[in-house]
Structure formats: C-alpha cells, structure tokens
Design a protein around this ligand. Sequence first.
Ligand code: G3I
Length: 302
Amino acid sequence: ENTLGAAAAQSGRYFGTAIASGRLSDSTYTSIAAREFNMVTAENEMKIDATEPQRGQFNFSAADRVYNWAVQNGKQVRGHTLAWHSQQPGWMQSLSGSALRQAMIDHINGVMAHYKGKIVQWDVVNEAFADGSSGARRDSNLQRSGNDWIEVAFRTARAADPSAKLCYNDYNVENWNWAKTQAMYNMVRDFKQRGVPIDCVGFQSHFNSGSPYDSNFRTTLQNFAALGVDVAITELDIQGAPASTYANVTNDCLAVARCLGITVWGVRDSDSWRSEQTPLLFNNNGSKKAAYTAVLDTLNGG
Ligand code: G3I
C-alpha cells in the first residue's frame, strides 16, 4: 500500500493525525491529511474551553469543522478530551469540590450527547498523574474534588455513549520503568478488577531528549493489553524524527494484537506544537521525510 492509512489497515489498524481547524483552508495540509490518514483527532477543538466556553452553553462550531472534514473525507474520529486539568475555561478553573464534580459530569454528558454514536474512542480523562518519581496523582482542582473523579468520569461517559471506546490518555507513560507508568498501570488494573468501565489506554508518545523512546515500550503495551484493555499510540512525535525510532514505535504497535493504531500529532513539522524539534513525518513544504518511508515500509511488512 502507498499511504499510511491503507498500510495500517492491512492489519486492521488505523493511522491518524491531529487536525487543527485553523489549517483546513491550507490545501497543502488538507491534501496530505486526506490522502495519508484514516483517523482524526481534533488538536484543540474538542477540549473543555472550546466546547463549553460558558457554563452550560456548548459551542461545537470549531469541533464540528474538524469532525465534518474528517467524515467527509472518509475518516474516523478520536475524541480529545473530556476531563483535564488544562485548557479549562475560566468558569471551570474557579470551581472546586462538588460544584466542580457536577460541572465535570455535565460537561461529559453535553459533549458526548452531541457526538453520540460518532466517535470511535474518547479520551475521557487526560494526564491525571504527576510527573517525576512519586507515582502520585497530579494536583489539580479535579483531583482535589476527590480521588474518585476519574472513575466518575468513566462511569458518566459509559452511560452517555455506550458505543464509544473509553480511554485514559497520558504522556511519559511509555517506559515500563517509570513511576508514572506504574501508577497508571495500577489504576487500570484496579478499574478492571472493580468493573469501572475503561476500554483503552492512550500513550501520547511525545518522545524527545528529555523523555526518550525506550525499546521497553513494547513491554508496556503488552502489559497493559494483558489487563484486558486496548492500547493506542495517540499523539506521536519524535524529536528530529529519526527513521529508525519511528520504525521501532510502529513495530511495537504491530507486535501487540490489542494496539488499535497510531496517531501522529500533526502533519508537517511546521504544524507541530514542537515545530523546532522537527518531529513529524512531513517537511514544512509537504514533502515526505525519511521517517515517513520508514513507517510506511514497516506497516507494509518491512
Ligand atoms: O487559538 C488561540 C489564538 O486565538 C490566540 O491568539 C493564541 C495566543 O496564545 O492562542 C491560541 O490558542 C493556542 C492553541 O494551542 C491553538 O493554537 C493556545 O494558546 C495554546 O496553548 C494551544 O496549545 C495546544 C496545547 O495542547 C494546549 O495545552 C497545542 O496546540 C496542542 O498541540 C497541545 O496538545 C496537547 C494535547 O492536547 C495533550 N497532550 C499534550 C499535547 C501537547 O502539548
């Protein structure tokens, strides 16, 4: 196959990208995205500040621009993200306790109702664990509303749209030896044991010199899959885009039956939140990089 999406589909997987609504008028961008990818994540447009800028007043205009572009171009959509400490609108930042808890529930219900039956995977909760060696939850207004906020979010989401796979999504959880990885593993194991509805774990996979790729990523994916959840690589970018590392990550997903697919966090380097690291598969002018060829060849069986 000669596109990433078609090559990934040979093994029943997808290959996706983040899409920014502000770039949909750029024909170089849209022609690459339409050709190569078969899964779309809205880079910012489905986040809390975008979809509920005033409490109880939902706004899906930017989110729907991304969603409609995806569907009109034959792609599926991952939803990102319903409960997160970051990119909260001002009204939510100022809430705490039971009022915040109710606002979180109302937000999940409002967004998931709008997209009911239309989103294959939702990142229900994003980035709830602390960086570093503590293995603790990240401090946030959501965390201070009670340690059970994550499971409440997942139970709410399951009831709101039973057709969506419900994912927990985080970064710096790819290396099996990291405390954050172990903390996330313990949470997912606990959820599965107690019947909290969780279907998938998203590994963002923002690799750079501070958080390098390690070959034990495959072990991590296997260990989570063994808990009875699907896994996905949800926001992949790699500093300098070394072809060999992109191939290794691709092989790690292919090696794990429950790895649903790979999403890169943007199209061209110039579209990246870390554009100075040139971490993506296409050059600023839209040409294919060596990393692109490495991923495509790997998906095609090496
Ligand atoms: O749209 C406004 C614009 O109107 C304003 O003038 C400008 C001034 O700063 O800001 C623009 O919004 C920016 C937005 O991206 C759209 O470009 C925000 O400031 C900026 O903070 C925001 O950054 C996004 C970041 O999440 C926010 O946390 C990045 O694009 C996005 O790639 C990044 O994505 C996250 C994932 O959601 C979660 N995992 C990590 C990943 C990388 O940080």
